[in-house]
Ligand binder design. Structure first.
Ligand code: NZQ
Ligand code: ZN
Length: 386
């Protein structure tokens, strides 16, 4: 294994009714609390009222930061930073999915910087050590943002979606109640499941070493597949929803990347698709992953064969390694279809190829995967995914 440093500072409160722990966390922070949420789903579900009651009973002065959109923008981050400065905010409580949490991480760190947050964190990539403390109440599973230090933000002017990571941005605590995810439309639940699978694959499809992280990863992939099948049939199956929720967190809280090189090229491509088209993150990943894996199949043959056999139970008997590997990718794609994911860009609502060149040329190129892509390669993958 490669040498590594691992630290994860987020306290997790997990389970039905876990919101009761919010009050004791609020005792630790100052009076002015920024309550951040998305476009209002939490109001319909009663989550909002419950949280406001707790904040009020703890004597907090609540300042609202609402309307955080999916794939949050730099402009929205700047709006949050202004609120924090004007309201002398002592604590940020992010209630929602990855978009609300990521936006709040950028607000939390950006509020403590002298310069513009994008310039400092995403362009100069300074090491930021200070932030307004942040806590989260998770309502959508998938990204793992509730227990990591990454924030992915879209800069609409630059037409670029990028991430920064800083331990200062990691939530102090996250409240994970699986029943809060029951109200997710099937489309969003499935999108989250595809995102989890992608996070696992991005860490798995790299390196040739014998690594315990890959064994853990395979076990989690099998678990997500099994629980996804149950959750799609019965969205209120508590066991399935709780396994998916915690599985999502573990998939990207750093533990499965320990001692490993990693890929993340599929995420780079999806992030640029999302700059040009309004797509749900996980569905975008499902649409391009099978084509990507077929494209790199010969370069990562041993691992793709292992994936086919260990995750998808492909019988390798009498088949070439490539046949086995390709069968594994076919099963992944069939699984995505079975649970209702979009497995092509057309299904995702992209009806023409006019932006493919811009997307391909603007993607970050990562070097940890089995093949280092060129813009031409990315264009081919986009065409194959159409
Ligand atoms: O806006 P509201 O009303 O809250 O509705 C949201 C939103 O429309 C809805 N929703 C959330 N909880 C709900 C609910 N609807 C009904 N019931 C509930 N309980 O779901 C929609 C999608 O929410 P969003 O937060 O956008 O989804 P997700 O969690 O997939 O986050 C996606 C963002 O996270 C980034 C993505 O790039 C994207 O910007 N990522 C963050 C990562 C990280 N921080 O580590 C890693 C990921 O790979 C990813 O890049
Ligand atoms: Zn993702």
């Amino acid at each position: 294994m490669n040498s590594f440093i691992f630290c994860n500072p987020t306290r997790i409160y997990f389970g039905e009714g876990a919101i009761k722990n919010l009050a004791k966390e609020m005792e630790k922070c100052g009076k002015n609390v920024l309550l951040a949420y998305g476009k209002g789903t939490i109001k319909k579900e009663g989550i909002y009222d419950g949280i406001v009651d707790i904040l009020k009973s703890c004597g907090k002065n609540v300042i609202e930061f609402s309307g955080v959109m999916p794939n949050p923008t730099a402009a929205k981050v700047r709006e949050g930073i202004a609120l924090c400065r004007d309201g002398k905010i002592a604590f940020i409580l992010a209630v929602g999915g990855g978009s609300v949490i990521d936006c709040c991480k950028a607000v939390a760190v950006g509020s403590r910087l002298d310069g513009d947050f994008w310039e400092e964190l995403y362009t100069k990539r300074i090491a930021a050590h200070e932030a307004i403390p942040l806590g989260t109440v998770l309502t959508m599973t998938g990204t793992g943002s509730e227990m990591n230090s990454t924030a992915v933000i879209t800069n609409e002017e630059l037409k670029f979606k990028a991430s920064f990571s800083s331990e200062a941005a990691a939530p102090k605590f996250s409240i994970l109640d699986p029943t809060y995810t029951y109200s997710l439309p099937k489309y969003q639940m499935v999108s989250g499941i595809c995102d989890i699978m992608s996070h696992l694959m991005e860490q798995y499809f790299s390196g040739t070493d014998d690594n315990v992280s890959d064994d853990l990863n395979e076990a989690l992939m099998r678990s997500i597949v099994k629980n996804a099948r149950t959750a799609v049939k019965n969205p209120k199956d508590y066991a399935a929803r709780s396994n998916i929720m915690w599985g999502a967190t573990v998939a990207l809280n750093g533990i499965l990347g320990c001692g490993k090189t990693q890929d993340w090229e599929v995420h780079q491509i999806e992030h640029q698709i999302a700059v040009y088209y309004d797509v749900a993150h996980g569905m975008g990943l499902a649409a391009i992953t099978p084509s990507y894996l077929r494209f790199i199949c010969r370069n990562g043959l041993d691992k793709l064969k292992r994936f086919a056999v260990n995750v998808w139970n492909v019988d390798a008997e009498g088949k070439t390694d490539e046949q086995t590997a390709l069968e594994g990718i076919d099963r992944l794609e069939a699984f995505f279809k079975e649970i209702g994911a979009t497995v092509s860009l057309r299904e995702l609502g992209i009806n023409d190829k006019s932006k493919f060149s811009e997307i391909a040329e603007s993607c970050n190129i990562r070097t940890g995967g089995y093949r280092i892509l060129t813009p031409e390669d990315i264009k081919k993958i986009l065409n194959d995914s159409f």
